[in-house]
Design a protein around this ligand. Sequence first.
Ligand code: 13P
Length: 257
Amino acid sequence: MRKTIIAGNWKMYKTIKEAIELSNGLKRELFKLDTAAIDVVLCPPFTALSEVAEVVDETGIFVGGQDLYWLEEGAFTGEVSGKMLKESGCSFVIIGHSERRQFFGEANEGVNNKLKAALSCGLTPIVCVGERLDEREAGKTFDVLKSHVTGALSGLLAEDALKIVIAYEPVWAIGTGKTATPKQAQEAHKYIRDLLHKLYNQEVASEVRIQYGGSVKPDNIAELMRQPDVDGALVGGASLKVESFSEIVKKAAEVLK
Ligand code: 13P
């Protein structure tokens, strides 16, 4: 049984003060949440991690980073290590988001290094994969997913693959208001799950959680969650407001599998 996971990627939004406000609001809205049934993860910018972690301490809500560097420390100006994220209160870390790939030149090899670094310090990686519009239109969606997944997991043993979360985020659906249809999402998720089976075994394929991301809103979450291979969502824009994010979490919790 895969536990539902809803994560909010706050991207480069929210100052420390605003982040405290948002996480306090979510804490109030979600205090009745059955944390045995659903994982909720908040991923604020680095600067607000400790404060958000303090607000949600002992609520069962998790905190995650949006990226990390793969070495523990060193002369790497601007970078943050897994150990630093852990100490700031993180349990999760987003890796290989399409914005990192698009604007910061991140590629499969770096994603793979980051994933291994995250696992080695006990962080659960949320590995993002997904095709651009031109790739979908050229019929290359599955090729891109294969390259992203195999590249990210390269050299990883089954016992470690079991610990990761994958987020399928079609780039054309991010911040565009254009959600993948539940059928398109299911098709991609099923492809990823079958690929995990080929790369590893039945256990990895059936245990790894696959979130959908791309214009998730309160009014489309339920239908997405009803797809057999959709185990949650990675939410951008709608995670920046108490009302919309808490509604997404509540609606997802209603569709438990
Ligand atoms: P939106 O929900 O704003 O489309 O962003 C999705 C995303 O990139 C989450 O990581």
